[in-house]
Write a protein that binds this ligand. Structure first.
Ligand SMILES: Nc1ncnc2c1ncn2[C@@H]1O[C@H](COP(=O)(O)OP(=O)(O)O)[C@@H](O)[C@H]1O
Ligand SMILES: C[C@@](O)(CCOP(=O)(O)O)CC(=O)O
Length: 507
């Protein structure tokens, strides 16, 4: 699938509105991969074009969407930045990036990230291609990049400074972080002859609450740009496991670069789980090498309550705070990291053991969460709102609580005690819960300004909807950007009614 040239294996006959469409979705086959940034020529694809594919004269690839999940870190945040193990699971909240290629004459790329109110256009020719393509700086799509090149970041700065310059400082920071992630990836993977395109983003992952919104956005950006420079094969259903694994690894490497731009010193656990889905045991001892990643496909469906303190936090600030503590008290901090590492490994033994959903296993997992939270507090990354939340849950006696993600506000997870979870499950559909203590707690939390997210753990990682057609209807950019809330977005892009439409790399 050449997503940029008129020789695309794309689809025609797609109707706007309520019409029917040819929804065959030819995905990339493994083929000769171009050098990153090479011009978009065909490589014998026309011969394999299906009967109803786009006409040679049509210069545009059809709009397509990529999607990636948010995550919750169950054990090991912060320690993971310093080389220890962490367990994280994908959640059913996701980001979606709709890519609409424009005719060659347009020569501009536009970001429309409506959740955060960002709209920005760059003229492709104005961008600092010379710096990014200098032989000493040029990166290939298969390279492992573990740190940003300061000269390239500096070359990009004038083009980032023009993003939302009049916005309030906090908003500008959010806009410029997202724009930086895009632009660094675009300049690294694209070329001056890249197609003009509009990148429209919607996310059901709340921004900056510890659920990996930046990673899910970075995975979407990396995947879209890799697809557009033809550096990915698939996803297609008959793809060999090793090949699918390689594609996910490629996406993950570039998503990590996006994370470097957004939050400075990432461990890589967030983008790894957003790429692969399910749950992962993750460790990165040496930042110059790929991390050790074990995918936990049989991670139990833990009865978790996910609560937002609604207290804003900054991952970069919390990570820097722990870094500072490590500099001041290296031995003490290392011991705390080691203890967190031991917690993660004990939890891993339980979830990969005989009966991870048994009463005993849940109790062990819960106790480990309590200790993990205590250690995070000792690192200075809790917050009065998180402590209040933990106190309320402890008082209600419904489960074990820890902060998740960077802390300093953001979210906490509570593992429900088995009898509470059982009552909750037995509740008639549509009711909140049959468990009186849980119901009382939920009311209390609401009254004190906490928010609860309904989500399930595990599920697929990065997915592609090519073309952007659900049930024969092409997803319209304006409708996508204006869709109301989580329900609106999911109703529009949801594979719920067209299960075959979304494709995933499944090793
Ligand atoms: N829906 C979105 N649209 C655009 N950018 C987003 C979106 N969600 C997150 N981001 C980017 O990710 C950043 C949040 O990252 P971070 O502070 O690490 O929080 P989180 O814990 O959610 O990952 C934002 O500043 C923004 O740049
Ligand atoms: C604190 C940390 O371990 C997790 C941060 O997660 P989040 O950005 O709060 O979703 C940092 C990292 O692993 O990169």
């Amino acid at each position: 699938m050449n997503m940029n040239s008129g020789h695309s294996n794309g689809v025609n006959g797609v109707k706007k509105g309520n019409g029917t469409a040819n929804t065959s979705r030819p995905m990339l086959k493994e083929q000769e991969q171009p050098e990153s940034g090479s011009s978009h020529t065909t490589n014998g694809h026309a011969a394999t074009r299906p009967l109803h594919s786009r006409k040679e004269s049509n210069p545009l690839a059809p709009p397509f969407i990529v999607s990636a999940p948010g995550k919750t870190i169950v054990y090991g945040e912060h320690a993971v930045v310093h080389g220890k193990a962490a367990i994280a699971a994908a959640i059913s909240l996701r980001s979606y990036l709709l890519c609409t290629t424009l005719s060659k004459s347009k020569r501009a790329v536009t970001l429309r990230f409506s959740d955060i109110g960002l709209e920005h256009t760059w003229h492709i020719a104005d961008l600092p291609w010379r710096a990014f393509q200098h032989p000493s700086k040029r990166k290939r799509y298969y390279d492992l990049i573990t740190s940003l090149n300061e000269e390239l970041v500096a070359a990009m700065q004038p083009h980032i400074a023009t993003v939302s310059p009049a916005a309030k400082a906090e908003k500008r920071k959010i806009h410029q972080a997202a724009a930086s992630a895009f632009l660094y990836l675009f300049l690294s993977l694209g070329s001056e002859s890249s197609s003009a395109c509009i990148y429209a983003l919607r996310s059901t992952v709340p921004v900056g609450v510890g659920l990996g919104s930046s990673a899910s956005v970075s995975v979407c950006l990396a995947t879209a740009l890799l697809l557009q420079c033809r550096a990915l094969s698939g996803p297609h259903p008959d793809q060999q496991s090793r090949e699918a694994e390689e594609q996910l690894e490629r996406i993950n490497r570039w998503a990590f670069v996006g994370e470097l731009l957004i939050h400075g010193n990432p461990s890589g656990v967030d983008n790894t789980v957003a790429t692969n889905g399910h749950a992962v045991l993750f460790q990165r001892r040496d930042y110059s090498k790929p991390p050790s990643v074990s995918i936990l496909r049989d991670f139990p469906e833990l009865p978790l309550l996910l609560v937002d303190t609604c207290q804003a936090k900054s991952t970069a600030a919390e990570v820097a705070k722990v870094g500072q503590l490590k500099t001041t008290h290296p031995d003490v901090t290392e011991h705390v990291f080691d203890a967190i590492d031991a917690i993660t490994r004990s939890a891993h033994d339980v979830v990969t053991g005989e009966d991870p959903a048994s009463r005993e296993s849940i109790t062990r997992l819960g106790e480990l969460m309590t200790v993990n939270h205590g250690l995070l507090t000792s690192l200075g990354v809790s917050h009065p709102r998180l402590e209040r939340l933990r106190y309320l849950v402890d008082q209600a006696g419904v489960g074990w609580t820890k902060l998740t993600g960077a802390g300093g506000g953001g979210c906490a997870i509570t593992l429900l005690r088995p009898h509470i979870a059982a009552d909750d499950e037995a509740a008639p559909e549509g009711t909140c819960s049959a468990s009186a203590p849980l119901l009382a707690l939920q009311k209390r939390l609401e009254a004190e300004g906490f928010a609860r997210y309904e989500t399930t753990l595990g599920g697929d990682g990065v997915g592609v909807l090519y073309p952007a057609v659900i049930n024969g209807v092409e997803i319209d950019q304006e409708g996508f950007l204006d869709a109301e809330g989580r329900e609106g977005v999911e109703a529009l892009v949801g594979g719920r009614y067209d299960r075959e439409a979304w494709k995933y790399w499944r090793p």
